[in-house]
Design a protein around this ligand. Structure first.
Ligand code: G3P
Ligand code: CA
Length: 255
């Protein structure tokens, strides 16, 4: 996860989610076609222990159904429609997204997996993610730079658990400025490979990037949709920008 001197690499946030329904195959296929360097997804556990790509605790906003993801089975969740604008779409599992990423052989696209609900299912989510990565030979990379997968969380405990179980797997500790500045910066204590501020936090505290770099950490910034913010991230030396507009962002960066 070394910072790239040519400018930030572009991560498609929930896929090309400004154009297609978030976390759907269509959103990720478009992101890959638009040249995204990475794909971001949120993962949650179903009642029967499967990892699915859904952001919210409930499916109401993104599907034709209602209910809490962790209280529903994969089968029930799979019966819902996740499309928008009359374009139907199926639920995506983490396994299907890993396969899509690996199928895209022309580039070494990275998968940025964010674990959700770390409190109630803390530990279980991370161990399932690691098991899934291991199933595809991605669990123990030779180095962070060579890894095809990155695991992220707002929960320092989740990042710490990943570091302990898979020391070379890159991680991003998401959060606000208090995480990265000041004496007890949590990015240091849990050993995250990268810091993950929002663009709002970075506008207010641009020194986060240099401070992280001095400690050997890249910066991953989200969600960078405005052209002025893309330019700011480039100027500051941000390594990765997560955006809902991967194609436009690649063009803005000259890629
Ligand atoms: O990429 C990190 C970002 O996705 C965190 O926020 O709420 O969109 O998951 P959220
Ligand atoms: Ca996310």
């Amino acid at each position: 996860m070394s910072p790239d001197r040519r400018g930030p690499l572009v991560v498609a946030h929930r896929g090309a989610s400004a154009a297609k329904a978030e976390h759907t195959l269509a959103a990720y296929e478009l992101a890959l076609a638009e040249g995204a360097d990475g794909l971001e997804c949120d993962v949650r556990l179903t009642r029967d222990g499967h990892l699915v790509c859904v952001h919210d605790r409930r499916v109401d906003r993104v599907s034709s159904g209602t209910g809490v993801v962790s209280e529903m089975t994969l089968r029930t969740l799979g019966e819902l429609d996740y499309g928008t604008d009359g374009e139907p779409a199926e639920l995506l599992t983490l396994s299907q997204l890993i396969e899509l990423t690996l199928d895209w052989t022309s580039r070494r696209t990275k998968l940025f997996i964010e674990t959700k609900h770390p409190v109630r299912y803390g530990g279980l989510v991370e161990s399932k993610v690691l098991a899934e990565l291991a199933r595809y030979g991605l669990g123990a990379p030779a180095s962070a730079d060579h890894s095809r997968a990155v695991v992220m969380s707002f929960a320092a405990s989740a990042v710490w658990r990943i570091r302990r179980s898979a020391p070379l797997l890159p991680t991003v500790l998401l959060g606000d400025a208090s995480r990265y500045l000041g004496g007890g910066a949590a990015a240091t204590t849990v050993g995250a490979t990268a810091v993950g501020p929002s663009i709002k936090t970075l506008r207010e505290h641009p020194e986060i990037v240099d401070k992280a770099a001095a400690a050997g950490r890249a910066t991953y910034c989200w969600t960078v949709d405005e052209p002025a913010d893309v330019s700011l991230c480039k100027e500051l030396g941000v390594g990765w920008v997560a955006t809902n507009h991967p194609g436009r962002t690649k063009r803005l960066l000259g890629g």
